[in-house]
Structures are given as structure tokens and as C-alpha cells.
Design a protein around this ligand. Sequence first.
Ligand SMILES: [Zn+2]
Length: 109
Amino acid sequence: MNRFEQELKNNNLVCSECLKCNKIVWPPSDYCNKCFGDVTWRKISRNATLVEYSCKNGDCFCIAELEGQIRVIGTIQDKSDLKIGQSLILERCDYDGNEKFIFRAKRND
Ligand SMILES: [Zn+2]
């Protein structure tokens, strides 16, 4: 398990950022995938944008974008009135051999 997966298990969402070129390294890694520089780990905002979704047999899967550049595949708990481009909140993340991201719709109220 790498650092990213360990943090996911604790419901923490982190990413690695290159110390040399200051780019987010995604998928997360101990080394930059561009310049092989060392990385630092930091928390990612749990606010996300809905990029795509599809519902089947009562389950909704989505692609969500975090920090305007990181895309993850997850599920959405609150399935009513989903719209591409709407705001989501990462409710929970976990790791059990697979990355798990559970989102819910953010209401504008
Ligand atoms: Zn780099």
C-alpha cells in the first residue's frame, strides 16, 4: 500500500505534488512522473465537479473532478436531479484493494 492508499483508508484524500516542477503528480506516486523529482503530500479539497455519470440498477457511478484537474471514478449516494457540471462533496473515501470514492450532491441552499 502506498501513502495515497493508506490515507484513503483513513478517509483522508491526499495527492502528491512535485517539489521540482510544482505539478500535481497523478496517479499519486512517490516520484514525479515528469521529472522524477521528489514529491510532497498534501490534502486535496473535498469539493468536486460532476464530469459524467451513469445510473444502473439503482447505483450511480460518476467521474468527478477535484481541484480542476484530478479525475476519479466514484459513486454518488444522493441520486436525485444530477446534472453534469454540478458541485459534489466527497463524503467518504476508502481503500480495500480498490480506491473507493463516495460523493453526494452539494445543494445550493
Ligand atoms: Zn516534477
